[in-house]
Write a protein that binds this ligand. Structure first.
Ligand SMILES: [Fe+2]
Ligand SMILES: [Fe+2]
Length: 228
């Protein structure tokens, strides 16, 4: 039998799925933090965390619009309408994110209850636009990739997505993803990242991510604050 270097018969979508889960967790944390934390705690941390979230979400959508959707369309032309709709939703979501960014900036300038409420409502609007979109991608796009995309092509796109994360956000993005991946059951957990990334996670990125998240977590009595 000829040895195939591709380890799986189907495209392995576990990282893509984990990325979606990571966005869900991050969005929920902003919703909770903006509702429940006092302005004095929120103000020093909300701006930098929101701008990270905005940058990686923008990267995710560009990757889908420019690489993943066209590659999927090439093998699944029947998904034309679905993928066009999802692409249009990226634009709607970008508008909601811009509105929330303005609300975050306004809160940083005047951290009172009214600005916090406006910021919270704008972040809720992001979640309410984003999550139905993620639901459709998880239910229809992820299985279509697994069924129809050549595994090596998908592997190349997966690696490219990692490589094109803006350099200054790489450590934080990998830390965020690592938290979610470690919480997944074995069968949903993707293979480990390349050795240099694994090493950086163990040496510093994991700890930095935990420290970065700590002030944003809303403690729920009797529950694990990492939540999902
Ligand atoms: Fe997505
Ligand atoms: Fe998307």
């Amino acid at each position: 039998m000829v040895q195939d270097s591709s380890p799986v018969a189907h495209a392995d979508t576990r990282i893509f799925y984990a990325v979606h889960k990571t966005f869900r967790l991050g969005t929920n944390r902003f919703v909770d933090a903006s509702a429940k934390l006092p302005p004095s705690v929120l103000r020093p941390v909300i701006g930098s965390n929101w701008s990270f979230y905005r940058a990686v979400l923008d990267h995710h959508h560009h990757t889908e619009d420019e690489e993943i959707y066209p590659a999927l369309m090439a093998v699944r032309p029947d998904l034309d309408v679905l993928l066009k709709t999802l692409g249009e939703e990226h634009l709607e979501l970008a508008d909601a994110v811009d509105t929330a960014t303005a609300a975050v900036t306004a809160f940083e300038q005047e951290p009172d209850a009214a600005h916090q409420k406006a910021m919270h409502e704008a972040i809720v609007a992001v979640r309410d636009t984003f999550f139905p979109h993620l639901d459709v991608e998880d239910a229809q796009v992820v299985p279509a990739i697994a069924e129809s995309m050549p595994p090596r092509e998908w592997d190349r796109l997966d690696k490219q997505a990692l490589k094109t994360i803006p350099r200054k956000h790489l450590a934080t993005a990998v830390g965020a993803l690592d938290e979610v991946i470690r919480s997944l059951p074995d069968q949903e957990r993707p293979p480990p990242p390349p050795p240099p990334i694994r090493l950086m996670l163990a040496l510093s990125w994991r700890r930095k991510w935990e420290a970065r998240m700590k002030p944003l977590l809303v403690e729920t009595p009797g529950a694990d604050s990492a939540g999902s």
